[in-house]
Design a protein around this ligand. Sequence first.
Ligand code: GLN
Ligand code: ZN
Length: 743
Amino acid sequence: MTNNRIAVRSTALGYPRIGSDRELKRALEAHWSGRLDAEGLERAAAAVRAEMLDDLSVLDSVPTGVFSYYDHVLDTAFAVDAVAPRHRRGDALASYFAAARGDAEAAPLEMTKWFDTNYHYLVPEIGPSTAFAARPEKAVAEFLEARERGLDARPVLVGPVSFLLLAKPEDGAPEGFRPLDRIDDLVEVYAEILAALGRAGAGLVQLDEPALAADRSAEELAVVAAAYRRLVGVAEILVAGGYGPFGESLPVLLDAGVEGIALDLVRGRSDLEALEALNVSRETFVLAGVVDGRNIWRTDLHEAARLIERVRAVSDRVEVSSSSSLLHVPVDLSSETALEPELLARLSFARQKLAEITALADPDGPRASRQATPDAWRDDAVRERLAALGADADRRTPYADRRAAQAERVPLPPLPTTTIGSFPQTAELRKARAAHRQGLMIDADYHARMKAEVAAVIAEQEKLGLDVLVHGEPERNDMVQYFAEQLTGFATTAAGWVQSYGSRCVRPPILFGDVARTAPMTVPWTSYAQSLTDKPVKGMLTGPVTILAWSFVRDDQPLADTADQVALALRDEVADLEAAGTAIIQVDEPALRELLPVREAPRAAYREWSTRSFRLATSGVRPETSIHTHLCYSEFGVVIDAIAALDADVTSIEASRSKMEVVADLGRAGYASGVGPGVWDIHSPRVPGAAEMAAALRLAVAALGTGRVWANPDCGLKTRRYEEVVPALEGLVEAARTVRAEA
Ligand code: GLN
Ligand code: ZN
């Protein structure tokens, strides 16, 4: 126990960079719209960096270079000059934003999800002749900014192996080329950057290798070994992961001679056992990542202190740290005055997490255990109902029979046309919502405004000649928050913003207790829409996995149990929709892919509980009621079995950007029910012509046969304008008619 009285140092792997009041978001958007010049933007950015350093200065050592104008992977691409020729402009900032957002001349880099988070990074494009060159200016400048304040600063960069593993081959790269083939050239440029940092006075440098939290082949591990053997000759290197255990990469990194390793002791605790078994030198520098960088619950300081002790048993050089960058949590709890005290007392945002880290580093600091979940947050009725349902969450009738019953109830032409749910959120709608929120518009007026919008959306769809209509979702601020606000066990924050990509931030609800539905959440809207038309109107719900993925979720019980509770609430909503006469109910699961574990081993269990919770939500209906689902990403390989296991009657999916490849994949996977491959990429303002959409439909019909294919866009239309939506949907209806006539 005497050991406990020795202080350890404190640090964190990274920090929110959008500003505590989203100052950078506003400055960026003003700059992009021409209202703020580059100098003004840089002033705003410097203020955000100063605020970050103010916060981080409570730590013994401070990560630097973690500020970003848009994305840290893009920053790394610029640091090694891996800038696509189409994004090169006279001015560095213009090049940067051209790559991030596109401009009149060039499409942006592709954006994709960062591991199992809701953060999106920009995908670097690498080719055989990408001319890497060292551009250490940003890293050096931010290091010096911290040093000038007398801080012990540690530059942070995305490591070379992850950078290449996260990249994609540039257009026109030869068949078989992989970005990782360029590792030797890239490592030389990293060596130059490290040398420049060294000349500026940097000691230890943190290289983030989050891609090593995924399964890596022997060949990739050999690349890791060679890259790090070279780099440890130039600088002292700390390798951080942050998204689970290093696993097989851990001994490789240590063997390569890295100075230190940052362990994720929240999700990657097996690394600690590995470290204990490895018999490493006591000189190995270890960051004990015991404060969760991915969630907003207070740390169990008692438990964390025990973990730190275990690390200290193998190493004499330990620092307390966050498990990942704190990028994924909001900055400060102090604006959350409306939260109930019991909940507030259990929360910790980035600033509070820094205080936890320093408390753990202090031998006399508090060591309180996590408080138990209050009884008031427990709902025995929900638990008893779930227990009574047991493992039985499946529809009674096999798909083939359901299909016949559904066709009889709602006769539809081949290639039925529909949309994914939302219609444009116009400026007037957003204005009405803001006025309502600020108390300037009374409930009755707001409701009347939203009903008028539903009526207009129904009339528009009838005019377009769509077969299955939607109410348009005008009343929903967000597809998760809308439900979170109506379910027990959820709270929403006033300012709990988290960066999703670039200037875009989301405010995830907090799922803290048992979840139950107290009243129908969507039925009046759907029923009202149905009362206006003879065409079928789809009910529209968000699925349990997506509700979890886009919330901060309690960590005192398995995710699977929490998912089942959400599913049960949705099951009641589905039943009420059905009772109100809704023949088609869509339950969206756009985040099914996102929560898929990074490593293969835990994936089977994930597929099991995620699809079960979806079936639990949807299996209560009669055979003649049709369940639709919607998934919006095109990388299906890894979840294709899961899609089948949802047992939906129709699945609409993103397909236009991948040129319908997914349809063939579904055909091969033996997926037997209806498919709506998106034929219009709604992420782009471009309106495809009817001929182009007809060609896409023909590909789908060729792979799957008529009778199973639906015609719809890739995703909801809320971000588009009517000027695009009307002609695109006219073309979609025409395309479906054309291809129908050919059958
Ligand atoms: N029904 C939702 C909409 O149309 C689906 C959104 C999504 O897939 N992200 O907006
Ligand atoms: Zn979608």
